[in-house]
Design a protein around this ligand. Structure first.
Ligand SMILES: [Zn+2]
Length: 387
């Protein structure tokens, strides 16, 4: 496997240049569709059945490619996103570049490099004549960076039909894969009071800023680092003129949590908040919701990671598992009860920044790792089902 990948290293870097040099910010349907077509051509060439699905009302281009169409449960779901956070024109400003060690360019690590790991893995299995021995569903969406609103249903449906999921977000430096991600959501709290002259008629007013300030200290009590829950008020506005008691004040809250049961605690907290204003006559409104469940590491996911580690050891890779507060589509697949391991792309860092990079020396090991892992799935399913 290693030899095959070594011979294809230059192709991989050339392909990386091709797809990084295609602007594909979330919302740029034309650009995302171009990336989808690139992969459609390649997956089709190795005999996979492809479909470009335009998801949701927005018609977000997503790609689904299967080795054995409709043969579920899939042994493996390979998940990735084709959109980036960078606006149209970014490629022109800073196209793909490399210094021989690292690769740079918009979305190179988050996550165009990872998409290629999935493709090259399938090509490696095809080269060995064993691709059709595994039922694989590759799902690449086009709106992950804006919350996967249009593609979430598709992703969850594929996950429910799959035995396991690998997400090809970047692997962290040192071959750290992602085992756990926090869930989360955003809430907006609006306090409504009554305006009055601050000097002449203070008793006629209800100060929305004072109301909100009290609520903010209550919200802050949700923070519990032991449980892995955070609730941070990140934005607040209130008042307009120095001599007027403010009528309204608003705050935005970023909530994250590690355990799925915490979602209920948080949601009921915000419901309760509106019922208990601090100042007589003040009113509170809350909008927002928890929109991502946490990616927890089930015993089955733990086992899958152990398989990854074992395959890594054979090629001299010391893979480790980490937790992160950031969300990915792995949150959705893991909440469907399907063992999910994330961070299976090439090693990289600084996502969403213009100094984003990938480590080119991780290309061969990562493709070799995932291909070897797939072979171990084939071997084990031949052992236990005989089919
Ligand atoms: Zn990403």
């Amino acid at each position: 496997m290693n030899d095959f990948m070594t011979s294809r290293y230059t192709d991989f870097v050339d392909d990386l240049e091709t797809i990084v040099n295609q602007d594909s910010s979330s919302g740029n349907a034309k650009g995302i569709a171009e990336v989808a077509r690139f992969f459609e051509r390649r997956f089709t060439a190795i005999g996979m059945t492809c479909e470009i699905i335009y998801a949701g009302q927005a018609g977000v281009p997503c790609l689904k490619a299967e080795t054995r169409p409709g043969q579920t449960p899939y042994d493996l779901m390979c998940l990735g996103h084709m959109d980036t956070v960078f606006p149209e024109g970014e490629v022109e400003k800073r196209p793909f570049s490399t210094d021989g060690t690292k690769g740079y360019g918009p979305g190179v690590c988050d996550m165009k490099g990872g998409l290629l790991v999935a493709l090259y893995t399938m090509e490696a299995l095809h080269h060995q004549g064993i691709l059709d021995k595994l039922s694989v569903c590759v799902t690449f969406n086009g709106d992950e960076e804006t919350g996967s609103n249009a593609s979430r249903e598709l992703i969850e449906a594929c996950a429910r039909q799959s035995r396991r999921v690998l997400v090809f977000e970047p692997c962290r430096p040192g071959y750290n894969m992602v085992l756990r991600r926090k869930g989360g959501g955003w809430f907006h709290v609006k306090a409504k009071g009554k305006a009055a002259h601050a000097g002449a008629d203070p008793e006629k007013g209800i100060n929305a800023v004072v109301e909100l300030a009290h609520q903010i200290t209550r919200i802050h009590t949700l923070n519990d680092s032991e449980k892995g829950t955070s609730a941070q008020v990140t934005v607040m506005h209130g008042g307009d003129k120095v001599n007027i008691i403010p009528e309204t004040a608003v705050a935005a809250v970023d909530v994250r949590f590690s355990k799925s049961e915490e979602a209920k605690t948080v949601e009921s907290f915000f419901k309760e908040l509106t019922r208990t204003p601090y100042l007589p006559g003040a009113e509170l409104e809350v909008s927002g919701r928890i929109d991502r469940p946490p990616m927890e590491c089930s015993p089955e996911a733990e086992l899958l990671f152990q398989q990854i580690r074992d395959c890594g050891k054979i090629i001299g890779m010391d893979a480790e598992g980490i937790s992160t507060g950031g969300c990915s589509d792995g949150n959705f697949t893991s909440a469907q009860g399907t063992p999910t391991i994330d961070g299976m792309g090439i090693v990289g860092a600084n996502a969403h920044r213009d100094d984003e990079y990938v480590e080119l020396e991780s290309i061969i090991p990562m493709v070799t790792l995932v291909a070897d892992l797939c072979k171990s799935f084939i071997d084990s399913s031949a052992g236990d089902t005989g089919s």
